[in-house]
Design a binder for this molecule. Structure first.
Ligand SMILES: C[S@@+](CC[C@H](N)C(=O)[O-])C[C@H]1O[C@@H](n2cnc3c(N)ncnc32)[C@H](O)[C@@H]1O
Length: 331
């Protein structure tokens, strides 16, 4: 796999000039409109990303975070399907192409890449930014509307990142079905909110019914053990913030944590995590509390103490979202 840091840095550098030349008032207005639209959460009949100012604001304001979330999901997927790399990739609702950058950070080499979206300004800017990433030089940026008529060409990998929340239920179903019909592997990422999780579970159920195995985050492909409405499965990805990012989003912290929910499923044989850490581990004196999703379809809290020796050391290093116990799942 690539060293992922250069890709994130490369992306940040590519984004850094974006708001140059855009009057600060216009940039701030575009960000405010985006936030209002994304909070409103009603699927729209026309693209939210309407012009260059909207798209530049989206890329500066959201792309570093969606990139890190997708990259975390792809890392978990790659660990469950060791030795496999996609020979082709279609990013549906790809916008400015965050997921294409994440795929290139996860797997070495180049592959045919197609980005589909109905917002031409997003595709245009995505193409422009992608000039900085050699793995994306051959990418095709194409207008397409997600809906009942959507069909996708056969491909190894389909990504759908932060798109389902912009679609009404029939279009979400049509998109997941089209992805399942076309791809060997489907990775879906949504905001790490109760609603985002609900949309992920809806998609997960559809993929499993279509014959897919869940590679991550779940340690099994049976029903999710979370009782609807009581909790939601989500994870966190750290996003370092450039000065541009701070300027667009306000605040002064050098990083922020992007919460996301995801499912990565495939027709390939999988070795899912033996269990997965589904909350931030709690480190106490001499012990670590791990909340785990287990292969027997249960959620369980495990306490790892000093008495456990090496396992205790591993527990102190464990992160929210990691497989547990650590180690090569294929070993
Ligand atoms: C929140 S953005 C996510 C963009 C990108 N996937 C990412 O992760 O940064 C949602 C994208 O979905 C696209 N989209 C929403 N509804 C669509 C539809 N019905 N057909 C095609 N694209 C759509 C929007 O234009 C936008 O680019």
């Amino acid at each position: 796999m690539n060293d992922p840091v250069p890709t994130a840095e490369n992306l940040r550098a590519a984004l850094s000039g974006l708001l140059d030349g855009l009057p600060p008032k216009q940039a701030a207005g575009a960000v405010e409109r985006l936030i209002a639209n994304y909070r409103g959460r009603t699927p729209t009949d026309a693209p939210i990303l309407r012009d260059r100012a909207d798209v530049a604001a989206y890329a500066a304001y959201r792309m570093p975070a969606t990139f890190e979330a997708v990259r975390a999901a792809l890392d978990a997927f790659a660990a469950a399907v060791p030795g496999w790399a996609p020979g082709s990739h279609v990013d549906v609702g790809g916008g400015t192409g965050a997921a294409t950058w994440a795929v290139s950070a996860t797997w070495d080499g180049t592959r045919p890449v197609t980005v589909l979206d109905w917002a031409e300004p997003a595709l245009a800017l995505g193409r422009e930014i992608a000039a900085a990433n050699p793995a994306l030089h051959g990418a095709r940026w194409q207008r397409a509307r997600i809906g009942a008529a959507l069909t996708l060409d056969a491909t190894d990998l389909v990504t759908v990142s932060y798109v389902l929340n912009e679609l009404a239920e029939p279009d979400r179903a049509a998109l997941v079905d089209a992805a399942a019909a076309a791809a060997q592997a489907v990775v879906i990422v949504e905001a790490g909110t109760p609603d985002g999780y609900a949309r992920v579970i809806e998609a997960r159920d559809r993929l499993v019914r279509a014959g897919f195995h869940v590679a991550a985050p779940c340690p099994h492909s049976a029903a999710c053990p979370i009782v609807p409405g009581t909790d939601w499965c989500h994870f966190s990805a750290r996003v370092s913030r450039s000065s541009l990012h701070r300027q667009v989003k306000g605040g002064s912290l050098p990083y922020e944590d992007e919460k996301f929910s995801y499912v990565a499923a495939t027709r390939l044989p999988v070795t899912p995590a033996p269990a997965r850490v589904v909350r931030r581990p709690q480190i106490r004196k001499g012990q670590v509390l791990l909340d785990l999703c287990e292969p027997d379809e249960q959620l369980r809290r495990t306490t790892v103490t000093k008495r456990h020796g090496d396992l205790y050391k591993a527990a102190r290093d464990a992160d929210w979202g990691d497989p547990w116990p650590p180690g090569d799942p294929a070993a």
